[in-house]
Design a protein around this ligand. Structure first.
Ligand code: ASP
Ligand code: MG
Length: 402
């Protein structure tokens, strides 16, 4: 069996943890498996490197920032190979250049295009554990690129696809994917399985367990993922195309406090207004999420939208700079709001799921500010201080807990 095992920053955060991971990988190797290990940078290394860069330049050139950030993963893989050597096992560390992991040219947010698997195969045939740097690639100029924060998951899935691996295991500091963040809802339960689509929605909602591009790629290439803890041997959660074991209406509740709402009041009720508004925001690089347009009255209408709280200043600046062109009366912002979502493939075939969510909120006396939906998700915007209570009420009414 060929197994790709990916370990995140916390899992390799100290020499002791690296040793612990080495032991775990060697166990599989000694069972006769081919083992490819993908690693993130140790602990908070990537954050520290970015901070370091900003000490000499508030706007570091993107190429140089990638050159710097890629050193983090290189430390991890070298340390891991040394740890395995100390256990008497042959191991070799490889960076993106040595493997040849080809990406698009865009620094800081490159996409993997092609992986040469020859070197890795050759090392595996030579009975070595192969340890590969996550998060990085090389572009057509032979320069280092990075795949965006959290990108090591994507490296692991891409390698699993390229090597036709039998298993792709993503090790993290949680036991798997839960019905809700256990810090928010105490009765949250670990899921045995979840579909790619559900996981994608959760990843996009900031559930933080997997990089969303890694889930997209797993879906595209049919790579079944296992999300599990590096700190214990509990079974983890399977991420795959279709789940059979648990056919539940919804799989989980997600809370995202990282949202703000802006209402643009008194826009003209005529064609082209929405286009101009969101064009201004797009040009200011503001990612808009939920959108609500009021019914026109007296020739004017309001448009409200949410964005990440990191983007609100840029959004306001862009809107104020274009006030005359857009022709609105005023802006109204709400910063203490949160998004609470339910996600579940089951809702495609079952009516009444959204109603049940609203019922839970009504019972808890929580007012809904905005609503948006996809095929397998319903999101509401509510007051941030009510987010925990909302999640708990929904989790309870859908009977998701233990
Ligand atoms: N070390 C990188 C980061 O912190 C990549 C990763 O951990 O997946 O974003
Ligand atoms: Mg991660």
């Amino acid at each position: 069996m060929l197994i790709v095992k990916k370990f995140g920053g916390t899992s390799v955060g100290s020499p002791e943890r690296i040793m612990n991971v080495a032991i775990r990988c060697v166990e599989d190797f000694k069972k006769g498996h081919d083992v490819v290990v993908v690693l993130s940078a140790m602990g908070k290394t990537t954050d520290e490197l970015i901070e370091l860069a900003h000490k000499v330049n508030p706007k570091p050139p993107k190429r140089e920032l990638d050159m710097l950030m890629t050193t983090g993963e290189q430390i991890s893989v070298a340390m891991m190979a040394m740890a395995m050597d100390s256990l008497g096992v042959r191991a070799v560390s490889l960076n993106a250049y040595q493997v040849a992991m080809h990406t698009t040219s865009r620094y800081g947010n490159a996409r993997l295009k092609r992986i040469d698997s020859d070197r890795i195969r050759h090392e595996l045939e030579d009975h070595k554990i192969v340890i590969v740097t996550g998060f990085q690639g090389i572009n057509k100029y032979d320069d280092y690129t990075t795949l965006g924060r959290g990108g090591s998951d994507t490296t692991a899935v891409a390698l699993a696809a390229a090597l036709h691996a039998d298993a792709c295991e993503i090790y993290t500091d949680v036991d798997g994917v839960y019905t809700c963040d256990p810090r928010i809802v105490k009765s949250a339960r670990k899921l045995k399985e979840i579909t790619y689509d559900e996981m994608l929605e959760l990843a996009t909602l900031g559930a933080g367990v997997l990089h969303n591009r890694s889930v997209e790629m797993a879906k595209k290439y049919g790579v079944t993922l296992v999300v599990r803890s590096s700190l214990n041997y509990s079974e983890g959660t399977l991420v795959k195309e279709d789940t059979k074991v648990e056919r539940m209406l919804i799989s989980g509740v997600a809370v995202d406090k990282n949202a703000d709402r802006i209402s643009v009041i008194g826009l003209k009720d005529q064609p082209g207004v929405a286009f101009r508004l969101f064009d201004v925001l797009a040009k200011a690089n503001v990612n808009v999420d939920m959108i609500l347009q009021s019914i026109g009255r007296d020739g004017t209408k309001d448009i409200s939208f949410t964005c990440d709280d990191g983007a609100i200043d840029d959004a306001i600046k862009a809107l104020e700079a274009n006030k005359e062109r857009l022709g609105y009366k005023s802006l109204d912002t709400l910063e203490d709001v949160a998004k609470v979502s339910i996600v579940g493939a089951g809702m495609m075939s079952h009516p009444g799921v959204a109603a049940k969510m609203f019922e839970a909120l009504y019972n808890a006396g929580i007012n809904i500010n905005m609503i948006s939906t996809s095929e397998i998700r319903v999101t509401v915007l509510i007051r941030e201080k009510e987010a925990e209570r909302a999640a708990e009420a929904i989790h309870d009414l859908f009977d998701l807990g233990d």
